[in-house]
Design a protein around this ligand. Structure first.
Ligand SMILES: [Zn+2]
Length: 387
């Protein structure tokens, strides 16, 4: 497989960079982002199509005046990247091509709290497995992105020392992966990457300001303002799972009391159900709530109420257009969202009462897809989302 083409003309390079970062685009959107006149766009794209760097897809979308538009995309044979998501007890590797199409997904199960050495070794094996699933040679990969369930310190690129996963604190996961994969690698926090995927492919499209809440084993989040994910001073903005709701509440793994995570993390929800049902899986609990089981409905509503309290505080602080629920708990979103909305209407300032509250539509691959996008962005050497 050839490496991603880099034609010599600066206008052509600009067009390719935009297609790397954005995936398939309308000609008009590309022209607008590049700041080009129609004639310049036609000439540049015409040359790239003639040289085989860019193709027009068969996907036809209807434009605002009802006219069909074909989409421009990089030639899918130009190369792939892999997004790796280090989860609580799993690792996912998603290989996608330059047209942003997913070519293969490999998932490995691990023990909870696996050490980083194990994680990196298994990630290397899963990348190999995904490549063979997609029948791609090793040199098809041009770069990798990785999602880690901890803040990444912007100043060092390492897992933050204040991390709630002590064995990963201070680790340079990008360097570890580079050593195994022999590729350029960039790393970021898993919830921020999931939000990046929401912005480009998911429920966040069209929202310039939104809160993303990843309700998973751990509770994470991201704040998107002006279309950009907010990093904060050193990269740890968006740790909404550790918003303190009750100073006398249970002690959290971060050392504080009464954080959102101790009420709305999946382990907390399943633990609360243990007296009524024994230890359930999330899938079993979700089936029970759908069947109307009173204990499960109560526990889900109480968890949603804590999410709603947190969202109310954050809405007052940031006035977002939307609150997007991600993570595995989003599968039960229809049993959570009414109570979240109810809390926002009760607790937040009136200006926030009509904020949209919606669930992800990207499924369990969201963080890995964000990592794919990060890898393409890194390849394009742009500064729009530096990681
Ligand atoms: Zn905490």
């Amino acid at each position: 497989m050839p490496v991603l083409p880099r034609p010599s003309g600066s206008l052509s390079t600009r067009a390719i960079d935009l297609l790397i970062v954005n995936g398939p685009m309308h000609r008009a959107a590309l022209a607008e982002q590049a700041g080009w006149a129609r004639s310049t766009t036609s000439r540049v794209i015409g040359e790239l199509v003639a040289d085989g760097f860019v193709v027009e897809t068969d996907t036809v979308m209807t434009g605002s005046r009802g006219r069909p538009h074909r989409l421009l995309t990089l030639n899918p044979d130009a190369g792939c990247t892999v997004g790796i998501d280090f989860g609580y007890r799993h690792i996912r590797a998603v290989v996608a091509d330059a047209a942003h199409r997913i070519r293969a997904i490999a998932v490995g199960e691990l023990d909870v709290d696996y050490p980083p050495e194990t994680g990196v070794r298994v990630a290397g094996e899963l990348v190999g497995e995904a490549l063979s699933q997609a029948r791609l040679p090793d040199d098809a990969l041009l770069g990798a992105g990785a999602a880690v369930p901890a803040p990444i310190d912007r100043r060092t690129g390492r897992v933050s020392h204040s991390s709630m996963i002590p064995t990963w604190a201070g680790r340079d996961v990008a360097a570890d992966l580079r050593h195994v994969l022999n590729l350029p690698v960039t790393v970021d926090n898993d919830a921020k990457l999931a939000a990046a995927a929401e912005t480009y492919w998911g429920a966040g499209r069209g929202y310039g300001a939104y809160l993303f809440l990843k309700l998973h084993s751990g509770v994470g989040g991201a704040l998107v303002l002006g279309g950009t994910i907010v990093d904060g001073g050193n990269g740890s903005a968006g740790e909404f799972g550790h918003v303190g709701l009750d100073l006398t509440g249970p002690v959290c793994r971060c050392g504080a009391r009464g954080c959102l995570e101790v009420y709305a993390g999946i382990p907390a929800i399943l633990e609360a159900l243990r007296p009524a049902h024994g230890l359930l899986t999330l899938a079993q609990a979700t089936r029970l709530v759908e069947a109307g089981d009173p204990a499960v409905r109560r526990v889900f509503r109480e968890a949603a109420s804590k999410v709603g309290q947190t969202a109310s505080l954050l809405c007052n602080a940031f006035n977002p257009d939307a609150v997007i629920i991600g993570g595995a708990l989003a599968r039960a979103s229809e049993h959570l969202i009414p109570e979240i909305k109810n809390c926002i209407r009760t607790l937040a300032l009136p200006t926030n009462h009509n904020v949209a509250v919606l669930a992800t539509n990207l499924g369990p691959e969201a963080s890995a897809m964000g990592a794919v996008r990060l890898a393409f962005t890194q390849l394009a050497n742009r500064t729009a989302h530096p990681r």
